[in-house]
Design a protein around this ligand. Structure first.
Ligand code: ASP
Length: 345
């Protein structure tokens, strides 16, 4: 019988209506009391971690989730983390980097409607997640939501109200779950393989260091450059959410480049991504992109999601003293299919 640990953190799934709006106040026992006995031959334990709207998710919460999985890793066959949808993609990405080569599934799920509502997606999401986590071929960090299984490094919240809240960006979905049946599309060793078999790799390793000082700087036409020196002062890395294939506007160039010249590339890591959801960046395409790519040692997110690029930088910079070469190599080395087009492209 598969043993699954359910970790609860709050979110809509565990929310109740209050005069001030939905609040995630349901206890984990109340949450599970809504679950019919769908999981007859699965042994479930529940571990409440906290009760927050995931808008309030902070790196300390990520560490609490990580330690709960680490401390219980040997005792269970799989994990289901009930989480608010708003920042679930960030948590999934962070856990994908901090838990390396897991041979067991670590599933994140939630709901767009609370489990206590008459019409809700919570019960199907939770039962799909438990079913998926109990399957002996499931492994790795994934989001199970609205019948889709999405790699933790590839998820993005794309709908704020309706049930299909998540999309898999620049990678097909790993699997679908229909009426209790798992249909697997991707069978890479990061997502699929017999439990306990490390596939020639070391068994799961847990990394507990993270540098949250990564700033996401979204470019907009007409933006003023005055804040840039302050961003450089406060943060260890800046992920520039550029336009289209990627480029730096003339209006920001002077200030941005002056700041970049003050530091070695490993002191202030600069990465360029795109605000376009699909297909990623290709900085060398336009002169506006070559401006930065040809003059500085920078990283490019390419087909990675913004959430994964942020989390990957936090993970890489979590260990101090890495050289620029190490940082670059780690950034472009695929983890759980987070990047398809490596440095060679
Ligand atoms: N605001 C909620 C949260 O992220 C939304 C949800 O769970 O769907 O916790």
């Amino acid at each position: 019988m598969a043993k699954i640990l359910i970790l609860t953190t709050g979110g809509t799934i565990a929310s109740v209506q209050s005069p001030d709006g939905l609040i995630p106040s349901m206890t984990s026992e109340e949450l599970m009391s809504f679950m019919p006995a769908v999981c007859g031959d699965i042994d479930l334990d529940i571990l409440p971690l906290f009760h927050i709207d995931s808008t309030d998710m902070q790196p300390e919460h990520w560490m609490k989730i990580l330690r709960a999985v680490r401390d219980n890793y040997e005792k269970y066959d799989g994990f289901v983390i009930c989480h608010g949808t708003d920042t679930m993609a960030y948590t999934a990405a962070v856990l994908s980097y901090l838990i390396r080569d897991p041979d067991k599934p670590i599933v994140l799920t939630g709901a767009q409607k609370p489990i206590g509502f008459e019409i809700t997606d919570a019960k199907s999401n939770l039962s799909d997640s438990i079913l998926y986590a109990a399957d002996p071929m499931s492994r790795g960090v994934q989001i199970v939501f609205a019948g889709k299984v999405i790699a933790g490094t590839r998820a993005r919240k794309v709908r704020s109200m309706s049930y299909a809240a998540f999309a898999s960006i620049n990678l097909p979905e790993i699997a679908q779950i229909n009426s209790g049946h798992i249909i697997r599309y991707l069978t890479d060793s990061a997502f699929c393989g017999k439990r306990g078999a490390a596939g020639g790799k070391d068994p799961a390793r847990f990394c507990e260091t993270l540098d949250p000082k990564v700033f996401l700087m979204k470019l907009t036409p007409g933006q003023m450059p005055e804040l840039i020196p302050e961003i450089f002062r406060l943060y260890d890395a800046v992920l520039i959410e550029s336009f289209g294939a990627g480029g730096i506007p003339d209006s920001l160039q002077k200030t941005l480049f002056a700041e970049m010249k003050k530091y070695r590339p490993e002191e202030k890591v600069i990465a360029v991504a795109t605000q376009v959801t699909y297909e990623g960046s290709r900085l060398e395409t336009y002169e506006v992109g070559r401006r930065i790519a040809d003059s500085f040692q920078i990283l490019e997110a390419k087909d990675m999601t913004l959430e994964a690029a942020m989390a990957k930088l936090m993970w890489i910079l979590g260990e101090k003293g890495r050289s620029w070469e190490e940082i670059r190599e780690m950034f472009y080395t695929p983890v759980a299919r987070d990047i398809l087009t490596g440095e060679q492209d």
